[in-house]
Ligand binder design. Structure first.
Ligand SMILES: [Zn+2]
Ligand SMILES: [Zn+2]
Length: 138
């Protein structure tokens, strides 16, 4: 089973199959998903089992599209889904457990990517927290 949950655990989804993951650099997905980009995949709507769906807040980010997030902790749970639903649903990969089988297959709205990630792949890496937090000043 492929499982996802919000930070506080109030909302969970489970599904049997997932598509590849699309990374979106548009400003809406950045803000909605809370990162330098949003990561989304599709699942068949009738295969997705929700727990705590009543805790989702739905937000219409454009006239035809609706996103949702946990009303307690703010975790994005779905991507921009058409209000007129079809057989698939776009789910937010940020909610997935770390061992989910999907992989990133495409990056979209790449020209909209934010400047502050430039060079980030060359920054030093730590398996625990960054030891410089105490001294970190603007
Ligand atoms: Zn939550
Ligand atoms: Zn986007």
């Amino acid at each position: 089973m492929i499982e996802g949950s919000c930070l506080c655990g109030a909302v969970r989804f489970r599904t049997k199959r997932m598509s590849g993951i699309v990374e979106c650099h548009c400003a809406m997905c950045r803000k909605a998903a809370g990162g330098h980009s949003g990561f989304f995949f599709t699942a068949f709507r009738d295969e997705v089992e929700w727990t705590g769906e009543e805790h989702l807040t739905r937000y219409r980010s454009s006239p035809q599209l609706e996103r949702s997030f946990c009303s307690h902790c703010g975790t994005a749970m779905t991507g921009a889904n058409l209000i007129e639903a079809d057989d698939t649903i776009i789910l937010a990969a940020n909610a997935l457990e770390a061992d989910a089988p999907g992989r990133i297959i495409a990056q979209e709205f790449y020209a909209s990517r934010c400047a502050w990630t430039d060079g980030g792949d060359k920054a030093p890496r730590f398996d625990g927290s960054y030891p410089g937090w105490e001294e970190l000043r603007p």
